[in-house]
Write a protein that binds this ligand. Structure first.
Ligand SMILES: *[C@@H]1O[C@H](CO)[C@@H](O)[C@H](O)[C@H]1NC(C)=O
Ligand SMILES: *[C@@H]1O[C@H](CO)[C@@H](O)[C@H](O)[C@H]1NC(C)=O
Ligand SMILES: *[C@@H]1O[C@H](CO)[C@@H](O)[C@H](O)[C@H]1NC(C)=O
Ligand SMILES: *[C@@H]1O[C@H](CO)[C@@H](O)[C@H](O)[C@H]1NC(C)=O
Ligand SMILES: *[C@@H]1O[C@H](CO)[C@@H](O)[C@H](O)[C@H]1NC(C)=O
Ligand SMILES: *[C@@H]1O[C@H](CO)[C@@H](O)[C@H](O)[C@H]1NC(C)=O
Ligand SMILES: *[C@@H]1O[C@H](CO)[C@@H](O)[C@H](O)[C@H]1NC(C)=O
Length: 502
């Protein structure tokens, strides 16, 4: 493998917690191409929520006077459908993940769409250090300046923020007995599940969608993630899989030819010539993110995409009109992910803009979120590679001068023997997973008890259930949502029975 590309902050990120360079000896060294493309549409100014800010404590777990500093935490609220405190009507809370909360609200319709049915209040809370919820006076440069500042960014602090904010909000609304249900997708889904387990007196239940709480070392294989990506493309066509699989080598050898870089630039319409590593990362990003967001209707989460984008990519590759030229085929596939709107004039591999504010995930991945996804078997659509903790360690040491706490997440939240552990302890959690989502490899895929329920959709992608419904949604997706609604109704009726009794 070629030398590692230079490392720059902001590089790996994302809910996807995905940062494995399949191609470099140093993982986490994504070139800028891993960043979301800037063509993602700006936040809808007409988002149907009011914005509020809450004065949040900086450090919930330290009584040193300095830790009493506060910051402004943003939350979005919609009370149009709420039945009110007098009826103890429910409160639906989205436990924000690593990005701008407005962006998550735009891509998460479930709460608002079922609010009239449940007469629910809907609240989306932003995760500290993301979007507008920046400690240290809201100054991102200060908050990100070093590990003394970033040290306040952790999942445990975030959960305590949610507990504090929800409790205060209920007090303000005189809605102390209104049951709270938490919802989240991806890392936000992990937070929702953990919140129910850690704060059962605050949340009655959790819908944890595509929450890879088991994507941990020695629990889920580091090969699982890319095995699923591989399977997604293979399921469309063997040719599609083979063309992509052979492309990595082809890019490498082409770029060593004197005319190679120019040929690659022309073939892929790059703004300027690029190194093989950048090109491969650019292409693999498109493949992985398309697999994650292989939704049945057009979407705009990571990038604007057509319905069933993996199928569309493979269609471009399998198109006989593209002849025998692999680069023409791959360009066609990449164009689906990076240029579905047709507005991009050339692809800028140096672009490292971060329109959804995901950058600080790198800190979380370097401290507690060790979610190994970077392994590739011989059959993988990417070149074979092994995931090593030592690579992560080295990167984090170099980059943040911080040492990842390798077993903190399983120590604090658990994960080993989850069935045995939760069977007689926890309750009221729905784990949704779509098996086309590479993150489903680390999801809870089996029922644990009568109230810790796994809903598994063979055709589903990353938290597809929480997306706004669409008239063209397939039947299986409508059924999933119906089942989730029924389960939540059961929890609520049990709650109101208990409330009447005690
Ligand atoms: C709540 O959402 C509904 C549906 O989108 C919208 O009509 C209403 O204006 C929103 N209410 C507030 C207070 O934003
Ligand atoms: C970290 O950054 C803050 C804010 O920029 C600064 O005041 C502090 O001195 C820095 N600490 C270290 C150890 O560099
Ligand atoms: C509750 O009300 C107080 C007083 O108006 C306010 O400062 C606080 O931010 C409110 N809490 C929330 C969660 O909005
Ligand atoms: C593609 O390659 C195959 C075998 O290498 C050859 O038979 C065929 O004619 C080629 N087709 C085109 C359009 O070049
Ligand atoms: C993006 O799509 C448009 C419309 O199909 C096309 O004209 C343009 O060349 C594409 N951009 C790139 C970089 O391929
Ligand atoms: C996983 O298992 C290996 C081998 O037993 C061990 O060295 C490593 O520390 C374990 N990692 C975690 C996170 O438990
Ligand atoms: C879990 O149980 C529910 C019924 O409560 C069932 O619909 C669902 O298919 C089960 N999940 C799995 C993964 O077997």
């Amino acid at each position: 493998m070629a030398a590692a590309p230079s490392i720059s902050l902001s590089i790996f990120l994302f809910l996807s917690l995905h940062f494995t360079s399949s191609f470099s000896k140093i993982p986490l060294s994504f070139p800028s191409s891993l960043l979301l493309r800037p063509q993602s549409s700006p936040i809808d100014p007409l988002l149907p929520y009011q914005t509020s800010f809450f004065t949040q404590i900086l450090d919930h777990f330290n009584f040193n006077p300095q830790s009493y500093q506060s910051f402004q935490q943003r939350y979005l609220i919609n009370d149009t459908y709420w039945g009110g405190a007098a009826h103890n009507s429910p409160i639906f809370v989205y436990t924000g993940n690593e990005g701008n909360i407005e962006w998550f609200a735009q891509n998460t319709g479930f709460l608002l769409q079922y609010a009239p049915h449940f007469r629910a209040l809907v609240v989306f809370i932003e995760h500290r250090f993301y979007g507008k919820s920046i400690p240290f006076g809201g100054d991102e440069d200060v908050a990100n300046s070093n590990s003394s500042m970033l040290g306040y960014l952790s999942s445990t602090q975030a959960l305590a923020d949610y507990a504090t904010l929800i409790t205060d909000l209920k007090k303000n609304l005189s809605a102390v007995d209104s049951p709270v249900l938490v919802f989240g997708g991806s890392y936000g889904g992990m937070l929702a599940a953990w919140f129910r387990l850690k704060y059962p007196h605050i949340a009655l239940g959790a819908l944890a969608s595509s929450a890879p709480i088991l994507q941990l070392e020695n629990i889920t294989s580091p090969y699982a993630f890319n095995n699923i990506v591989t399977q997604d493309f293979k399921s469309e066509s063997q040719n599609c899989y083979s063309v992509i699989k052979e492309s990595w080598h082809l890019i490498d050898i082409t770029s060593t030819h004197p005319q190679g870089p120019q040929l690659l630039r022309k073939s892929f319409k790059f703004c300027k010539e690029a190194e093989a590593e950048s090109i491969k990362n650019w292409l693999s990003t498109a493949i992985i993110y398309t697999a994650m967001t292989d939704y049945p209707t057009p979407s705009n989460f990571l990038n604007p995409l057509p319905a069933y984008p993996v199928k569309q990519m493979c269609k471009a590759i399998d198109d006989p009109r593209s002849g025998n030229d692999s680069f023409t085929k791959l360009y066609g596939a990449a164009n689906i992910y990076y240029n579905f709107t047709g507005t991009v004039t050339c692809f800028d591999l140096d672009d490292d803009s971060d329109p959804h504010d995901l950058g600080d995930w790198s800190w979380q991945a370097c401290t507690e979120m060790i979610l190994p996804t970077g392994g590739n078997t011989k059959e993988s659509i990417f070149p074979a590679s092994t995931w090593h903790f030592a690579d992560r360690f080295q990167f984090c040491k170099t980059f943040f001068d911080v040492e990842p706490r390798r077993i903190w997440i399983p120590t604090h939240f658990g994960g080993h023997n989850i069935e045995r552990v939760l069977k007689r302890f926890g309750s009221n959690i729905i784990f949704f997973n779509g098996l086309r989502d590479p993150w489903s490899g680390g999801g809870v895929l089996k029922n644990i008890s009568s109230t810790i329920i796994a809903i598994v959709a063979k055709e589903g992608a990353h938290h597809v259930d929480l997306r706004f419904s669409n008239p063209d949604d397939p039947k299986w997706l409508k059924d999933v949502r119906k089942q989730e609604v029924n389960i939540i109704e059961d929890w609520l009726s049990q709650y109101y029975l208990d409330l009447a009794q005690y």
